[in-house]
Design a protein around this ligand. Structure first.
Ligand code: ATP
Length: 326
């Protein structure tokens, strides 16, 4: 609700705290032997992520997702623009203690066990070993890794799914407020993806802010509060599923027979296809069904018309003339 309206009605407004914000953030890489070639990876990206949100960053290959994430993490320096994370400028050391990061392809020391790599990361964060001893089993439990495997098996013996889980545990060792995940579902089988989604949902339930890049749009659609779509370094869409895809209340209807002039008010965009009238329903579904007999029309099908995130994503890119990944 608008804060002015809430004040007039004397209702409490729900202030949302900002977890991260970017303002016209741009990054141009210089490449080539003479460093004379420029690749514009981010172009004036402005977005806000609120505390406690699960925020998905989407885009085709080469859209700039990893660059944005690395810029926020202070790994890549922006060419221009500004960003704030947890109330501080990029690169702030105290803020880094409150951030977790799962890279797209985490690099592990093959000959360490899962437990040892978590100890190692815990040490880097300055977490006392006595605290780690309590924290590590909790994390293994959260990511669904057996303690025995974590203690005995070296990482070179882990499957892709196990590595992704240990990477997730590593990202959470410092109990971060804000977690960055770069393609957390990549390379996982359906069960692994499901479990990774469950982990993300349980992190949200703990009040953490999650910012993640993904290509798996069905996963994003299920767990994200809001998403942003990047194309060729530019932000081309941003919003909740409802804002981007519309409400699920709109129906697409097909009827046989009936008088067009009577059907028209119900189906303003109707077209005649293969002997049927088809269009989006304008009005309540129950009232329309009740009126069918009067119109001498027969209902053939009625389905929810909200597009999937994938359909929305493809349309946004096609509308901008983007037909393949870079
Ligand atoms: N270190 C670098 N030097 C030069 N160009 C780079 C560098 N890193 C990324 N790029 C380029 O910047 C653009 C964006 O790359 P980025 O990795 O951010 O995209 P992405 O959306 O994460 O892609 P993917 O989904 O394939 O991981 C690409 O054209 C890429 O080639």
């Amino acid at each position: 609700m608008d804060s002015a309206v809430a004040t007039r009605l004397q209702l409490p407004t729900i202030e949302r705290s900002i977890a991260l914000q970017t303002y016209e953030l741009s990054k141009t890489y210089r490449t080539g032997f003479w460093m004379n070639k420029k690749v514009k990876s981010l172009n004036s990206v402005s977005l806000t992520v609120y505390e406690g949100e699960t925020f998905g960053l989407l885009g085709q290959n080469g859209a700039g997702k990893t660059t944005l994430l690395k810029t926020l993490l202070g790994i890549v320096r922006p060419t221009s623009g500004r960003a704030m994370i947890l109330g501080a400028s990029l690169g702030d050391r105290a803020v880094k203690q409150r951030i977790g990061y799962l890279p797209e392809n985490p690099y592990f020391y093959d000959y360490l066990t899962g437990w040892e790599i978590l100890n190692y990361t815990g040490d880097l964060f300055g977490i006392e070993r006595s605290r780690q001893k309590k924290r590590i089993p909790e994390l293994l439990d959260l990511v669904g890794l057996a303690q025995s495997a974590a203690k005995k098996k070296q990482l070179r013996q882990y499957s892709k799914g196990m590595l992704q889980r240990i990477g997730m545990a590593q990202a959470l060792i410092n109990d971060p407020d804000l977690v960055f995940l770069d393609e957390p579902m990549s390379g996982l089988d359906p069960l692994g993806r499901y479990q990774m989604r469950e982990i993300i949902v349980s992190l949200k339930a703990q009040g953490k802010t999650i910012f993640f890049n993904s290509h798996v749009l069905s996963d994003v659609e299920k767990i994200c509060d809001r998403v942003a779509l990047l194309a060729q370094g530019e932000l081309i869409a941003l919003g909740s599923m409802q804002e981007l895809l519309g409400t699920a209340e709109k129906y697409y209807v097909m009827v046989k027979g009936g008088r067009p002039e009577m059907l028209q008010p119900w189906l303003p965009d109707m077209e005649f296809q293969d002997g049927l009238w088809a269009g989006h329903l304008n009005g309540a579904a129950a009232d329309f069904i009740d009126s069918l007999a009067l119109m001498n029309a027969q209902l053939i099908s009625m389905s929810l018309a909200r597009p999937s995130l994938e359909e929305f994503f493809v349309k946004q890119l096609r509308d901008r003339g983007i037909h393949s990944s870079s």
